[in-house]
Design a protein around this ligand. Sequence first.
Ligand code: MTE
Ligand code: MOS
Length: 763
Amino acid sequence: MIREALPHDSAALHVSGEARYVDDLPEPPGTLYAAFGMSSETHADILAMDLRPVREAEGVVAVLSAADIPGVNNIGPVIPDEPALAAERVQFRGQPLFVVAATSVALARRAARLAHIEYQRRNAVVTIEQALERQEFVLPSAICTRGSMSSLPGAVFRLKGKLRCGAQEHFYLEGQVALAIPGERGEMLVHSSTQHPSEIQHLVAAALGLPDAAVTVELRRLGGGFGGKETQAAVYAVGAALLARATGRPVKLRADRDDDMTGTGKRHDFLYQYDVAFDREGRIEALDLMLASRCGLSADLSAAVNDRAVFHCDNAYFLQNVRIVSHRCRTHTVSSTAFRGFGGPQGMFAAEAVVEMIARHLGLDALDVRKRNLYGPAPRDITHYGMTLKDNVLPELIAELEARSEYRKRREAVKTFNASSPHFKRGLALTPVKFGIAFTSQSMNQAGALVHLYTDGSVHLNHGGTEMGQGLMIKVAQMVAEELKIDLARVHISATSTAKVPNTSPTAASSGTDLNGEAARDACRKLKARLAQYCAATYAVSPEEVVFSPNQVAIGSAKTLSFPQLVRDAFLARVPLSATGYWRTPEIEFDRARWRGTPFYYFAYGAAVSEVAIDVLTGESRLLRADILHDAGRSLNPAIDRGQIEGGFIQGMGWLTMEEVVWDDAGRLLTHAPSTYKIPVASDCPPVFNVWLWDKGENVRDIAYRSKAVGEPPLMLALSVFHAIADAVGATSRSRDPVPLDAPATPENILKAIHALHRNPGR
Ligand code: MTE
Ligand code: MOS
């Protein structure tokens, strides 16, 4: 059951088109379609809003603006700092101002464009630099320090500079969508494509002025979330629910792709300033790092995203003396949000860039510098935030990957190739990943489940997690089948609903399987205990003599019942056959004031070797080969895990090489459609792509059958692609200066870096 390479439970439905997403649900009669009227200004006061032309447009049934919201006008998930519908002021281009319901999607969208809005423009802050200059932050800045910076000023080996990594659009295949169905007494049922049904429930209830209990949020699956639907599904759900309440009719609100891209937040782009001292061998002696992220108009999840960046500024390396200053910049752009890795990739980006530039400066192989800086035995086993690493497998895992990928031999081959190839250069990099697993906010590390046994022996499984393609449902079902010792086919996966499991956390932080799987097991254990109790009483044995084995239950030595028979008998004997389950992760605590504690339960590890070629004349790059060794612990489902590793890696490669989010100086998002925004496609996968699950992998924690979370960590393996490109760029010059390559390594940025290295040929 567990550890089997089973296909995704919906795989066949995905490819046949039978899998139902929100927009595929049969629409109740009378359903209306909605669209937002959006700001055409970046930062402005609203002087007047004439919605008459919208109201009078063909097919329009209702038009609502901020004043029509009966409850709270807010979609801010942590801090109530973002209106669902802007009232006096707009703070980014594309911000919703009003919402229209009409008899068709086209009529709603057409009407939404007819408003006359009078604005008074204000100065806009668009870039991180502008926000830093004006000290415009969405939250107070944070600082994490250990040791001292005293060795920096006089250091023999020291590098200083600036770095940058780009934002990223989630590009989930299914766009943002919600279908709100009004019930009696103001009740509202919302089908929402969200990673966080409970939060949608709260925000919809607050907007409608209803108790949470009157709102139910349900969904079977998302067509991808990647963090983009952790908070940002809310405005669509609230918009649809407001209109459903106002009209008494079901309302569906689905953003078209351009509006989705302009209207929803992306991965935070970051600006870094580093100052690093190191010894002759490349060991980091002190690192002074400033990181600043573009947060957009509101806080959204930026508190936790920047914190996770700070937590991961070490990546895999022991930083004895370190100071990290973290700024969250307020800009007049859409609010940046969660994206696979949640700040972790941005933190690691800095660590890996620093290690690469040290190696280049000293003329060493970057792998050797990496190895020298790795965490190791005490005292090199404590992170900069004071957590002791108890599961560091990287020295061993890296050595294994180095051998399997023939790193050293290929390094020589790359050198030989480059020596005789002026126009094409190759590059090679091995980068590790150490990623902390848990929500860094303690209260979020809990989950619930609901399991029913029916009298035919089939099992209804429900829990608070959401399926977004990552394979959560099949993994939890495998855990349930294992716990009950029954065939997986008996376990029926059901839609996530706030009415079945309340007060859930978002499915995020890669902890979906850990949390919901353990909650479901807890429910199963309760049911098993009741069944054992029943057997003991009925057959005069002790409960310990009741043994669950595949599809049957042995009661002492005399009696054996099939699982369905036992359930049926227990029902007749009036044994309750439904149980809730619960899990909370122990030992997580963190003191943000001191920036010390144990924010993670364990770490997931991996490493990747990438080899690329670049065209020195055009700046184009290509990934020729990737070798990945990833630690998914004792994998629950190697097929699913492999899919997560491959997908995460390619998505990370997209972020670092081709996906470029561009706002112009006026705050207009120029990359608002697939025509202007390039994500990786099948042909971008490397021709040689070796993905190995680490067979020695085993979680030190007894959770999820000692598997490890795998949803986000592999994305960061793609840093190897970026650094292989930087390595190839570096090969165009003898300079020992840091390769001035910003992410994403687009052809343009690669050419810029080549030219910059040549302008400054070094010593
Ligand atoms: N995989 C697919 N196919 N689609 C997704 O939207 N989201 C990622 C990752 N893998 C995602 C995915 C993100 S951001 C997270 S946090 C995890 O899945 C969440 O699911 P898990 O906790 O069950 O791993
Ligand atoms: Mo994932 S970014 O934690 O939804």
